[in-house]
Design a protein around this ligand. Structure first.
Ligand code: HEM
Length: 161
């Protein structure tokens, strides 16, 4: 059982670093950038910040995924994916998949594109607002999942047992 405890510790550490970073970007960085005079300048700053954060988030995403699937295997909890009371297991995997696509497919692609066309002067405030909305949606979904996962894995399920 020690291995599951170790996996759980690493899992939660990964979640704290990863979702904590998303919360910082969403509630602090993006609102500050949105108030900047030039949308192009804000976008350039955001691109550099995102690149730095993505490197760290790739590591924490891998850590969370590996420890998460290890726990499913060690606890033999696969059947939970067929029970709606364990909705938080589904949303954990969903969030992990969404971020994995963003970090391992979309971010490297955006980086390659910006290195061939560095001047992004055509970024509109609407495009920036869209980025903010996307981050807020992901953050809220992640927080709801964390609440469900902590409650559920300590025995507080919707069915009441
Ligand atoms: C591949 C993706 C993931 C898998 C397979 C996975 C799997 C698991 C498993 C099996 C547990 C232990 C459940 C139990 O003890 O009954 C767990 C706990 C937890 N997971 Fe995940 N997880 C994944 C991603 C995530 C993500 C993305 C988040 C955050 C948004 C997250 C947050 C948590 C939290 C907060 C706990 C509760 C820890 C505790 O209080 O003991 N997980 N996860």
């Amino acid at each position: 059982m020690d291995d599951v405890i170790a996996a759980r510790i690493l899992h939660v550490l990964g979640v704290v670093l990863w979702i904590g970073g998303v919360a910082m970007v969403t509630t602090v960085l993006l609102p500050v950038l949105a108030r900047m005079q030039s949308a192009a300048e804000a976008m350039n700053f955001f691109a550099r910040y995102r690149q730095q954060f993505a490197a760290q988030a790739r590591f924490t995403t891998l850590l969370v995924g590996l420890t998460g699937f290890y726990m499913v295997y060690a606890l033999d909890a696969w059947q939970r994916f067929t029970q709606w009371q364990f909705w938080w297991m589904h949303t954990m995997v969903l969030i992990w998949l969404l971020f994995s696509v963003m970090l391992f497919v979309m971010e490297p692609r955006a980086r390659r594109r910006s290195s061939t066309a560095p001047a992004q002067n055509n970024i509109s405030p609407e495009a920036f607002a869209k980025i903010q909305r996307k981050h807020m949606t992901l953050l809220i979904l992640s927080l709801i999942t964390i609440v469900g996962a902590v409650a559920g894995s300590h025995g507080w399920l919707v069915s009441g047992n």
